[in-house]
Every structure is written in structure tokens, then in C-alpha cells.
Design a protein around this ligand. Sequence first.
Ligand code: AMP
Length: 123
Amino acid sequence: MPAAYDPNNIFAKILRGEIPCKKVYEDDHVLAFDDIAPQAPVHVLVIPKGPYVHWDDFSEKASDAELAAFSRAIGAVARARGLGPDGFRVIANNGGNAHQEVPHLHMHVLGGRPLGRMLPGKG
Ligand code: AMP
């Protein structure tokens, strides 16, 4: 069953300029902005401009140009925020088990402090 995109999700509203954001990076296919509730000194969300619900949807339907731009934008954001030398984490929550809250694909780019282990534990 294909994922149904909700055009009223909050990131769609940011893309349409209906809600403000603190922009970090933008190109033809990608927008990146600071997370409103940062979980690390650097916490940027990188989103495709196209209507993709999550990684599953994006990786199936996006063009090669969109896929390449998205991947390069994540690196550009990390470099712009100086995260390379100390390291950083990139996370995409995909669907229910991953607690995805906003149904528009976004990569969390986190850094600026030691981030601990990837998952808190089992279960
Ligand atoms: P996820 O659980 O992976 O769907 O993460 C959604 C993220 O979106 C959370 O980290 C929120 O803090 C963030 N968020 C929600 N609304 C906004 C907003 N208006 N601007 C920036 N970040 C937001």
C-alpha cells in the first residue's frame, strides 16, 4: 500500500512559507532548518521539497537528482555547522516503530556533543 502524503503536515507548511523556520541550507530539491526542540547543540532537519512521507516512500519514488541532492545536503549541513572533526549522527525515523511524528521525510543531523550509544537499550 503506497504511503499517502498529507499536504497539511507542518513541514509542508514550512515549505509553503506558511510557518517560519531558521533556515540552514536550501537548494532546488532540499531545505534544511534548525529543529524547534533541539536534542543537541546542533540539531538540524534536512527535508526534500517533494511530497515524500518517509525514507521508504522517498527511496522508491524520488528522482536520481532528488536523491543526490538530499544526500549532498546532509553533508553540506554537517560541514556548515563544523560537525565533521568531532563526528555527528544522522537519523531518519520511518513510520510507527521509529516514532516518526511528522509525516514528511526528514533527516535529523545531530552533533556538538558526545551523543552516546545509538539506542537506549532493548525493548
Ligand atoms: P520525528 O519524530 O522524527 O518525526 O521528528 C520530528 C521533529 O520535528 C522533532 O524533532 C520536532 O522537534 C521537530 N519539529 C516539529 N515542528 C517543528 C517546527 N515547526 N520547526 C522545526 N522543527 C519542528
